[in-house]
Design a binder for this molecule. Structure first.
Ligand code: HEM
Length: 481
């Protein structure tokens, strides 16, 4: 269905009936690079038709700030898609749910629990630090052989989320943890590959290998999470408890509700989807960012040394790094930011939709229009970033050595749809990297080529597998804590 009329003034790719602009999007480039190339030809704000869907692509930061912040409320909708509807039981999560009062309170609840537990009690820090300890032990046990750090890093980040959602940690090799990692992987590999069914939903009547695999993984996920939630009912669960409280409240208040408001409740499905989303949105993004930064450190040993010097001077080797050290470690912060700039794990943000007639850059945009924000283009814009393809953490420091955060750096998005896990992600990135580099030096195995930095796009932009050698730096023992 053609749901809206385009504003004539935004340059638009050619289109054919039914296919829309798809024939002009070939060539095998991933969307962020394709859009960046098209922006050179059509200008930084252009439009195209994904099948019947009129879609505006935003490639510069002023327009992105309009869409995300200044008119954030206008553009806070999400389109409904076959694969994500399957994944989220029709949008009962946060990331893919359309804007609604129920979504708003669901989001606020999860956001508040992060703020409360993260900044308030230090519990989040303890959870992350214990996962870091096991990660360092595991990395070190590989000795001087070259190995792929990815499984250990993914396991450590998965364990943080397991702790948050069901107060459980898993040992290396645990069957249940493997199951979580496996289904998560399956979802990550298939969710964006459903491909055409997300543009032409009627195609779901045809056999589709990706869609079948996705359904299988979702079944495994739901079985496992339902079991875990049953086991842990009544326990302290960071994510789920506040949601369950609200659920209880609205159920007890059911009698007073006016007819029609029955759907406006947080249901068991929402609780399950909240737990699932903590894994879906919280694992791949964080572990991939860590792996990108590690890959760049292997390319730039001088950056690794400088971070370690900063750590030695400000923390030493006698105690673990903690969040209160952050202000004393500005260069490490810059390394993290530069990693997220040069390889944003979400190079094109989750699609937004206009919930009302609005405008971008003075061009009118009608209700229902889909908007794609190409963060890759914004993070590689040569007018703002000197030599954008160079990994240079110093660009986040001013002349006085103070940290700066430019307005065109938006790794978590911004506005009403800003990443709800930003504070957790920042805490994890800081504690994982600082602790690893305090205790371990990473280098390339002898004769091995440095990591390929092109990456591969699934749900997130991932580095291709690479190998490292680790060497212990100090006689740090976690018993020192
Ligand atoms: C959304 C980045 C970690 C949960 C997003 C968005 C980005 C992002 C770019 C989309 C914003 C938009 O659509 O405009 C990242 C990065 C991470 C990270 C770079 C790690 C380095 C996490 C974690 C969690 C999380 C740890 C939770 C445990 C979410 C959720 C949304 C989201 C629920 C959807 C928000 C909404 O639609 O309202 N994230 N994220 N993310 N993220 Fe993250």
């Amino acid at each position: 269905v053609h749901e809206n009329r385009p504003s004539s003034s935004i340059p638009c790719l050619p289109r054919l009936p039914v296919l829309g602009s798809l024939p002009w999007l070939g060539g095998g480039l991933p969307p962020h690079l394709l859009f960046t190339r098209l922006a050179h030809r059509y200008g930084s704000l252009f439009a195209l038709y994904l099948g019947p869907h009129y879609t505006v692509v935003v490639n510069n930061h002023q327009h992105a700030r309009e869409v995300l912040l200044q008119r954030g409320r206008d553009f806070a909708g999400r389109p409904s898609m076959v694969t994500t509807d399957l994944l989220t039981r029709g949008g009962k999560d946060i990331a893919f749910s359309d804007y609604s009062p129920l979504w708003k309170s669901h989001r606020r609840l999860v956001h508040n629990s992060f703020t409360l537990f993260g900044e308030g009690t230090g519990r989040l820090q303890d959870i992350v630090l214990s996962s870091v300890d096991s990660l360092c032990v595991e990395l070190m046990s590989a000795g001087c052989r070259g190995f792929d750090p990815s499984p250990a890093v993914t396991r450590a980040v998965t364990n943080v989320v397991c702790q948050l959602v069901f107060s459980a940690t898993y040992r290396h090799g645990d069957a249940e943890l493997q199951e979580v990692i496996q289904y998560n992987n399956g979802i990550v590999q298939t969710i964006t590959r459903g491909g055409l069914v997300d543009i032409f939903p009627w195609m779901k009547i045809f056999p589709n290998e990706c869609l079948s695999k996705l359904k299988e993984c979702i079944t495994v996920r739901d079985r496992l999470l339902t079991r875990k939630l049953e086991e842990h009912k009544g326990l302290f669960l960071l994510f789920v408890l506040p949601v369950t409280c609200i659920q209880g409240k609205s159920e007890s208040g059911r009698g007073q509700k006016s007819p029609g408001s029955e759907e406006e409740r947080i249901t068991d499905d929402h609780v399950l989807m909240t737990a699932a989303e903590a894994f879906g949105a919280g694992v791949e993004t964080t572990s991939t960012t860590l792996l990108w930064i590690l890959a760049y450190l292997l390319h730039h040993p001088e950056v690794q040394e400088r971070v370690q010097k900063e750590l030695d001077e400000n923390v030493g080797s006698e105690r673990p790094v903690c969040m209160s050290d952050r202000s004393r470690l500005p260069y490490l912060d810059c390394v993290i930011n530069e990693g997220m700039r040069i390889r944003p794990v979400s190079p094109v943000l989750i699609p937004h939709t206009a919930m009302t007639d609005s405008s971008i850059g003075g061009h009118s945009v009608s209700r229902g229009t889909r908007v794609l924000v190409n963060m890759w283009a914004i993070h590689h814009e040569p007018r703002h970033w000197d030599k954008p393809d160079l990994f240079n953490p110093d660009r986040f420091l001013d002349n006085q050595g103070q940290r700066v955060t430019p307005s065109y750096f938006l790794p978590f998005g911004a506005g009403p749809r800003v990443c709800v896990g930003e504070s957790l992600a920042r805490l994890e990135l800081f504690l994982f990297l600082s602790s690893m580099l305090q205790r371990i030096s990473f280098s390339l195995p002898e004769g091995a080529p440095p990591p390929n930095l092109q990456g591969r796009l699934g749900v997130v932009l991932q580095p291709l597998p690479y190998k490292v050698v680790v060497a212990p730096r100090c006689q740090y023992s976690s018993g020192a804590r």
